[in-house]
Write a protein that binds this ligand. Structure first.
Ligand code: ACO
Length: 428
């Protein structure tokens, strides 16, 4: 709370509301009493001016291109920490000490296997099902398996559910991939790192040993860290809203996966690579830039623009560098990376993109990396869901333990028909 206030005047009245200050970032107007005081709601479709909760997990300054997790800059985490350290940090608020990290890593590794019965769920899907459809279904189905960790009022049970979700997501995503290509499921190997284990379950086969490439492992680690959390984005808000009713944690995460799937959110990495492939070569870029600027053409530059970042997305910088490292390591020369770089340069100098502050976002380069590693485009969003699960469970835990938490229940500006009487069908 600050001693600053905001006064609103309206026909016949004036009301003053307190301003709340966070540790950094803009103040927020506390309008919780607006409706009882005035009988009015606020109108903010897309929540562009609305803070839906208090959170101490992630801070973004979109104007300056800053992203901090629990205060630590994302580039330092991507460069120096392991995914398990970031997961611990997001969940518990502090970087783990060595013994805490060892215990956490061990605990996660104990939960990597799926209940064997879950493999039959996969067999119910068509082989060409989108992995996100499979992820939604299988993660939702986890709610039927773990009845010992669904008393959400018990912090210990919440933490067990969180560990299970973090641990099982790589197994679930890898199995979704194996199912589509008709290969046997590969069981987890707990001596490997979180990312190494995922790579082996995805690309390994039971017929021969799988050697984890350290450059690819590092790239995957960075990709996972860069996607781990992003404050109150659409899918995280979905998880919080679903969880606000006291719903089962696994079902809440399935809801987050459903939201993430859309092309305006997590689906953008798949859409960005498809777009870069369609552009094909640098000479065709001006044509696509013109289309992106044309008001009558629904085409948008995928991987460009962001609700919050009005500057270069700090995650995109790490992605661009990682893309080059992976292509060099794997000896791949991909014209798509050249097209991406050139497109970025042209767009960043174009008045339309400059005025609207549209910069590359995290998804612009991630597809190039994932493609080089060997993931089909349909898997991209599934990998995003895998990594974001850590943020989802951290935010869900924070919400449940927040004493101000209430069921999320927005209101509306009603523009439909006023009261009228029913007319029988033969008189309409
Ligand atoms: N290409 C062309 N024009 C764009 C783009 C783009 N990628 N993004 C925004 N614009 C334009 C809009 O047409 C709009 O123009 P107008 O003011 O003349 O109407 C203006 O910029 C503002 O765009 P909005 O859609 O109103 O901004 P919003 O904050 O609602 O959308 C979004 C953000 C959805 C990310 C948008 O920039 C977009 O569709 N980008 C492409 C999809 C994408 O890359 N999504 C990934 C986001 S990151 C993530 O989820 C991990």
């Amino acid at each position: 709370m600050t001693d600053k206030t905001l006064t609103m005047t309206f026909d016949g009245g004036e009301q003053t509301y307190p301003l709340l200050s966070g540790s950094v970032g803009p103040d927020v107007v506390d309008i919780r009493k607006l409706y009882p005081d005035t009988g009015m709601f606020t109108y903010d479709p897309g929540f562009t001016s609305t803070a839906s909760c208090q959170s101490a997990i992630t801070f973004i300054d979109g104007e300056k291109g800053i992203l901090l997790h629990r205060g630590y800059p994302i580039d330092q985490l991507a460069e120096q920490s392991s995914f398990m350290e970031v997961a611990y940090l997001l969940l518990h608020g502090e970087l783990p000490k060595k013994n805490e990290l060892d215990t956490f890593t061990y605990t996660i590794s104990r939960h990597t296997m799926l209940h064997e019965q879950l493999s039959t769920f996969y067999r119910g899907f068509r082989r060409d099902a989108h992995p996100m459809a499979v992820m939604c279904g299988v993660v939702g189905a986890l709610s039927a398996f773990y009845h010992d960790s669904t008393d959400i009022t018990d912090p210990l049970q919440r933490m067990i559910a969180s560990h299970r979700l973090i641990a099982k997501m790589p197994t679930i995503a890898a199995m979704a991939y194996k199912y589509t290509i008709g290969q046997p499921f590969v069981y987890p190997q707990n001596s490997l790192s979180y990312t190494g284990n995922f790579l082996r379950m995805t690309f390994g086969v039971p017929a021969e040993p799988y050697e984890v490439n350290s450059v690819v492992e590092r790239a995957m680690r960075r990709i996972f860290i860069l996607h781990a959390d992003h404050e109150q984005n659409a899918s995280t808000s979905t998880v919080r809203l679903a969880g606000s009713s006291g719903a089962n944690p696994f079902a809440c995460i399935a809801a987050g996966i459903a939201c993430l799937w859309g092309p305006a959110h997590g689906g953008a990495n798949e859409a960005a690579l498809n777009m870069l492939r369609e552009i094909g070569r640098p000479e065709r870029i001006p044509e696509y830039i013109a289309r992106a600027k044309d008001k009558d053409d629904p085409f948008r530059l995928m991987g460009f623009g962001h609700r919050v970042y009005k500057n270069y997305d700090p995650r995109a910088k790490v992605m661009q560098q990682t893309a080059q490292e992976v292509l060099d390591e794997l000896g791949i020369s991909d014209p798509v990376l050249d097209t991406a770089r050139e497109l970025e340069q042209i767009a960043l100098k174009d008045d339309y993109f400059v005025e609207k502050k549209l910069y590359p976002n995290v998804d612009f380069y991630s597809g190039v990396i994932l493609n080089a590693i060997g993931f089909p485009t349909e898997m991209f969003t599934a990998l995003f869901a895998l990594a974001r699960t850590v943020g989802w469970v951290a935010q869900w835990n924070e919400m449940i333990s927040d004493p101000e938490q209430k069921i999320g229940r927005p209101r509306q500006l009603y523009v439909g028909a006023k009261r009228r009487d029913f007319v029988p069908v033969d008189k309409r």
